[in-house]
Design a binder for this molecule. Sequence first.
Ligand code: PPS
Length: 288
Amino acid sequence: MERLGVTETFAGISLPGHLHTKESLHFATTFPFRDTDVLIVTYPKSGTTWMQEILTLLFSDGDAGPARTIPNWERAPWLEQTYFKEALRDTGGPRLITSHLPARVLAPALQRARPKVIYVARNPRDVAVSFYHFHRLAKFLPEPGSFDAFLGRFLEGSVQYGSWFEHVKGWLGQRQLLDIFYVTYEELHQDLPGAARRLGAFLGRAPSPETLRSLERHCSFAAMRDNAMANYSLIPREIMDHSRGRFMRKGVVGDWHEHFSPLQSALFDRVYREQMGGVALRAPWHVA
Ligand code: PPS
């Protein structure tokens, strides 16, 4: 498989060379956004696929057809990946686009056109756990080693896609300059219809009660786990080794409790306090 073992370095962060090239990354930073575009931005494992599914259902007015027949990566392609140019559909309506890139790289292009940006954040402890397991099945990511070693790299920001802290701080820093809707994975868990209603208001598409009911049904963890267009089971085994785990792994809040030792938890809290002290972040997770 092409470039599976290659690591691309861009703007100081490393990214899987299987999905990115210097050209695709440069293209992303100079992309001519339209003000009608809707951009989902996340640090990996924060609820990207979930938000892609939610927006698919919102924009189809609850019709599950597109979510059932088109893979998520085509419905909301990744701006920075090599396939983006061919995948982007010019439907005349809002174009759904996804990105994991940091704000400092994308902000100039976004400030020129001011599309709608939806930023999804998740408790970084759960992100670290989910990312660790994903490294085990994704052949385009390095072997993670032990969870302890992986967590150390996650906290210092040397994992692929860079630092979670820099990502969140960078995008929060754009709140005055861009049209950003900020939501957490935990809020989606707690009240999906409520979050979908707020999203609809932000996007100027108030969902009907039927749309919300359909969205709730099709965007549940169980429905998405069984939807081949959202669960990555279509990706060949050479690229994602499904025998080593599922993309739709657990889908819960607080799985970190099952993985962190008291020592790891204390280290995590110290780094979190150092990195996030003074940052105004509306986050449902608690840090000691
Ligand atoms: S990626 O690779 O960055 O696109 O991954 P991403 O989609 O951001 O995150 C994957 C995690 O999100 C969970 N997920 C869900 N949780 C609850 N409900 C729904 N509907 C849902 N869809 C995806 C998925 O299970 C991954 O989390 P973990 O903790 O590993 O289970």
